[in-house]
Design a binder for this molecule. Structure first.
Ligand SMILES: O=C(O)CCC(=O)C(=O)O
Length: 390
């Protein structure tokens, strides 16, 4: 059953009109290129218990990796139940204070940017100055079926305050081990989100590179803007998934306009789709050139984004302006924002008691402990005002 079933009839899938044949060929060719990359498999450890070096090699070579079978059936069921609750509590329409049943709407009392709306199959960021103008070219906006809503929510920031199941996924010991292997034992949070790409409605996210702060500075290297985990509730296909240009995280800032002009369309010829089953979790370098097309397919994609940085990339750095206000990220702010890691580890331990919880070194060193309870849940309100957005 889709998350919409209780609230609105299933949207119809749509198509790319005159571009449909070219799009279908592009999706098929991209899928073949993706499978040839050698950057997917379960999270494996070496004899010392470290994340297997082959995984790290493939991640750094490609700029993304697909970890297979990370979230089990029970965990996915929890996430789906929370997703349904979240969708049932969305505002009746953009700006409304109440949901369909007149209850206070989700996010209506948040100060932080929380809900992002788009017209069906639209591209709200492409070709605009939004988010520091990092999405310079608008994607094709296919025509949605008659009877679809004027606008839908396609992105929810600060998502961990709305879902214990998402918080528990954030505390997954294997994912946090990967975060430590890539960003160092003192890794820190970035931001968290849910992308919702409904069939026949889901918006494009135009081609972009996420990092904004360290380009053209001496801090720059292939990992200095961190990464996002992208956990998949229903899987991710060439038609509804994120596409990445492999290796682009190693290069200077891409000239996206020139690439699109050279390609003759937004179908960048060297990009590949992130293909996942339900429960797979991709990791994508934030410097990689990536984007997603409007979801004209019949398949839902719901992605839990969980971002992490190197501590050295954010400490005492002035940044912000996209996910939160511009500020200097001092040690006190980093510590306050990092408590989410502690809550997530404890929340996960309460639900999955037979797993060995991840030990986050900064807490082990300082002796701090975190308990996930009602007081902690209330303290998470608007936690993303403190995102570490670089
Ligand atoms: O999930 C998507 O469609 C876009 C994700 C993305 O662009 C991002 O996480 O930066």
């Amino acid at each position: 059953m889709s998350p919409r079933t209780q609230t609105r009839p299933q949207a119809q899938s749509a198509d790319y009109g005159p571009e449909s044949a070219a799009m279908a060929a592009y999706l098929q060719a991209g899928e073949a290129r993706a499978h040839a990359l050698g950057n997917r498999g379960p999270i494996r450890r070496d004899g010392d218990g470290n994340v297997h070096p082959d995984i790290l090699e493939a991640y750094w070579r490609c700029g993304f990796y697909v970890f297979e079978d990370v979230l089990g059936a029970g965990e996915l069921a929890d996430i789906e139940a929370d997703l349904k609750r979240i969708m049932a509590r969305l505002p009746l329409e953009k700006g409304a204070a109440v949901d369909r049943r007149g209850r206070p709407a989700l996010g209506a009392d948040c100060q932080a940017p929380t809900l992002f709306w788009s017209k069906p199959l639209g591209d709200p960021f492409g070709g605009t100055d939004l988010a520091n103008g990092r999405h310079p070219v608008k994607m094709i906006e296919p025509r949605a079926a008659d009877g679809t809503p004027d606008e839908v929510v396609y992105l929810i920031l600060g998502s961990l305050q709305f879902s214990d199941a998402c918080l528990r996924a954030y505390g997954h010991p294997d994912l946090l081990a990967v975060a430590a292997a890539i960003n160092g034992d003192d890794f820190v949070p970035f931001t968290d989100a849910i992308f919702i790409k409904e069939p026949g409605l889901g918006a494009s996210v135009a081609w972009h590179q996420d990092g904004t702060t360290h380009w053209d500075t001496e801090m720059w290297d292939q990992g200095c803007h961190g990464f996002n985990f992208m956990g998949q509730l229903y899987g991710s296909t060439p038609a509804n998934g994120v596409w990445v240009v492999p290796g682009s995280h190693k290069l200077a800032k891409a000239d996206i306009r020139a690439k699109v002009t050279a390609a003759g369309s937004e179908r960048l010829p060297d990009a590949v789709p992130i293909i996942c089953k339900p429960g797979d979790v991709a990791i994508t370098n934030r410097q990689a050139l990536h984007g997603s097309f409007a979801n004209t397919s019949p398949d839902w994609r719901v992605t839990l984004n969980m971002g992490f940085h190197r501590r050295a990339s954010v400490l005492n750095v002035e940044a912000g302006g996209i996910h939160n206000s511009v500020a200097v990220y001092d040690a006190a702010r980093i510590k306050e924002r990092s408590r989410v890691i502690g809550y997530a580890i404890d929340a996960r331990h309460q639900r999955f008691g037979d797993e060995t919880p991840f030990e986050y070194r900064p807490f082990a060193a300082s002796g701090e402990t975190y308990t996930w309870d009602d007081a902690a849940r209330q303290g998470m309100h608007d936690y993303n005002l403190l995102d570490l957005s670089i």
